[in-house]
Design a protein around this ligand. Structure first.
Ligand code: SF4
Length: 654
């Protein structure tokens, strides 16, 4: 009997329509866990660097995490993995709500898509019955519209649907896959799904998931459930309200956004409006959030309710989450929240990433204002300005991008590639990318060494790469620091407490010291990779300060659920193996040291020599050489000689 995992994957060849149920290798679970970890192993084995995102040989893997479908609170994440069209590196994006557990309940851990369907189809998994169905009538339909039509035609209101919209069908490089109020948004999962001719994945499952030691596992789940209200009653001092407790983060619950709106840049991520948040703005946000957020909504088996059902009068209701609440309105120099809600709903139906899309549009507006794009390139482009807002321009651009019409065709490739297609100096306007992917603009004055490493080396490509476990800023008062570390049970080692005690304000860029930076960033990254392999939501773990899940209780969960004998050093080594495989996969596709850099204008004050030293130290810490290539020795230590053999054959390592 298999525990936690079902022990079966579905292999779908979209070119031929062939569907196979394939037994999985338990050794892979032991070595790479589920979700991201085992996705990566499959991708490494089957997608060589010669395969591009839109080649039929590229795989799109839809996976539940190892603990999804169990009673573990917040084990809700499905993980999509493929080659990203925007970065040509591995892309992975997580999706919450209900579908990951449903896949397990249907009897499968992963669905692996290869090939391309000649006609638009959707996959219908109904327990043991799995079929590809014609989706030609869904062509051009919105993501939620598609879900509704499918549920009606299957007469199955409980079917969970993950769908692409027009943007995915048109291979917009930052197209998302949308499900319920959640989405797999980053790195173009929707574009690859559209390229494969797959409109939706539809799942209904009613089977149980086996647990190796149910009583022990139940006790662990109970401990997490008991911890959540305690942590909720103890907000962390000095942290914005949306992030001071648990959740992913609680943007829909809180109206106060002074931190984001005063500190994060507007438009094309250049300019902060440090005095934007006034008492009048505060009152407006209080009223509009109260009026528009009909109720808070959450995911399967989680009490947090991080999403909001948004109802703008005269418009369809929709589920919204997180910082998308502001990305469009700030990108357009608007501030009008009804504009943001309205355009975010349309963008969700088209199926595009709520971080990249507003940035691409703000980039286009800047190019127009600089005369690089003209009325000839953009006939009918509405009027607008920083002062009056660019709302109408954003609506216009969003349509063009989703349809790949006119200038929208270049913009659909993201700022990096669009700039190169447009030319005429447009490249300097595409300033806010890392590895060709738009990042959240969080431009500040002084180099932050922790964020330098996170932005530069992180492969996760989420909004802030890999932050979460370590406070963003130090506390002024040593007493506050002492208080903070008192109940800090989540630290992997006591030395982290000392790092925090020693960390005083205004010590950037040289504190925390290099050794501490390596330890801290590695810890944060490790927790993200655990989450993404187990399917635990970052909102109860890697994205939060002092969360209920941590490196000390994760091995207990894994052992009790799967029966695998996993202890803390074993888990740390497993995660290092997964992270190293991600790195090796990208190295095999050409990633090198020169790519591991935050945007040049990330901080006003930079220290190139120090940054170089920091990066070298971090590579060494990770077991990578000066170029960021995993060394033969470190690969051997992790039981990954198959990787070094491959890299050696390709002449990448000697
Ligand atoms: S913390 Fe929020 S986003 Fe995460 S599983 Fe719970 S409700 Fe969903």
């Amino acid at each position: 009997m298999k525990y936690a995992d079902t022990g079966y994957n579905l292999e779908i060849d979209l070119s031929t329509g062939n569907i196979e149920r394939v037994e999985t290798d338990p050794k892979i679970t032991e070595q790479y866990l589920g979700g991201l970890g085992s996705n990566l192993k499959i991708l490494w084995d089957r997608v060589p660097p010669e395969v591009d995102a839109f080649d039929p040989e590229n795989l799109l893997i839809f996976s539940s995490g190892l603990l999804c479908g169990t009673a573990a609170p917040g084990a809700t994440r499905a993980i999509f993995t493929t080659v990203s069209p925007q970065t040509n590196l591995v892309g992975f994006a997580m999706m919450g709500s209900f579908i990951a557990g449903e896949l397990k309940n249907a009897g499968y851990d992963k669905v692996i898509f290869r090939g391309k369907s000649p006609n638009l189809v959707y996959l219908w998994i109904n327990n043991d019955k799995v079929e590809l169905r014609d989706a030609s009538h869904l062509k051009g339909k919105g993501t939620h519209e598609t879900a509704e039509i499918i549920r009606q035609e299957l007469n199955e209101s409980r079917a969970q649907v993950a769908a692409i919209g027009l943007a995915g069908e048109n291979r917009v490089f930052y197209a998302s896959i949308e499900h319920d109020w959640s989405s797999a948004s980053r790195t173009g999962m929707g574009a690859v799904m559209g390229d494969k001719g797959l409109k939706a994945i539809v799942v209904r499952g009613t089977k149980d998931v086996n647990i190796a030691r149910p009583e022990e596992f139940g006790k662990l789940c109970q401990e997490v459930m008991e911890f959540i209200p305690i942590r909720e009653s103890q907000p962390v001092k000095g942290v914005p309200e949306c992030c001071d407790r648990l959740g992913a983060p609680q943007e829909m619950r809180e109206h106060n956004d002074d931190w984001h709106m005063n500190n994060f840049p507007w438009g094309n991520c250049r300019e902060r409006r440090t005095h934007y948040w006034t008492p009048e703005v505060d009152q407006y946000h209080k009223e509009i959030m109260g009026a528009r957020v009909e109720k808070l909504i959450g995911c399967y088996n989680c009490s947090m309710a991080c999403g909001g059902l948004v109802a703008v009068p005269g418009k369809p209701k929709f589920g919204m989450k997180c910082f998308t609440k502001l990305t469009y309105t700030m990108g357009a120099y608007s501030g009008d929240m009804d504009f943001d809600f309205t355009i975010a709903r349309i963008a969700t139906e088209y199926g595009v990433d709520g971080f990249s899309t507003p940035q691409v549009m703000a980039f286009a507006v800047e190019l127009y204002e600089a005369g690089i794009l003209t009325d000839e390139d953009m006939p009918g482009f509405p009027t607008g300005s920083k002062e009056t807002g660019n709302e109408e321009r954003f609506f216009w651009l969003l349509d063009k991008i989703a349809r790949r019409e006119g200038i929208g065709d270049a913009l659909a490739d993201g700022t990096y590639w669009a700039a190169r297609r447009i030319g005429k100096g447009a490249e300097v306007y595409a300033h806010n990318t890392i590895k060709k992917l738009e990042q959240v603009g969080a431009k500040t004055g002084m180099l932050n060494p922790l964020y330098f490493l996170m932005y530069g080396t992180g492969a996760k490509a989420n909004i802030v790469q890999i932050e979460g476990q370590w406070p963003q800023m130090p506390y002024d008062d040593i007493k506050d620091r002492e208080d903070y570390v008192k109940d800090w049970i989540q630290v992997p080692d006591e030395k982290f407490k000392q790092y925090f005690l020693d960390w005083a304000p205004r010590t950037f860029p040289f504190e925390p010291g290099i050794e501490a930076c390596c330890d801290i960033v590695d810890w944060m990254e490790m927790i993200h990779y655990i989450d993404d392999s187990l399917g635990i939501c970052a909102g109860l773990s890697s994205f939060n300060l002092k969360p209920p899940y941590h490196v000390h209780n994760f091995p207990l969960f894994i052992s009790a659920a799967t029966g695998i004998d996993m202890d803390e050093p074993g888990l740390i080594k497993t995660i290092k193996r997964i992270r190293t495989l991600v790195r090796a996969f990208n190295v095999r596709r050409g990633l090198r040291r020169a790519d591991d850099l935050p945007p040049a204008d990330q901080w006003k004050k930079r220290f190139p020599e120090y940054e170089d030293k920091l990066l070298t130290a971090y590579y060494k810490f990770k077991g990578w050489d000066e170029e960021g290539i995993p060394t033969k020795e470190s690969l051997h230590e992790l039981g990954m000689d198959f990787v070094s053999d491959d890299l050696e054959q390709r002449g990448i390592i000697k």
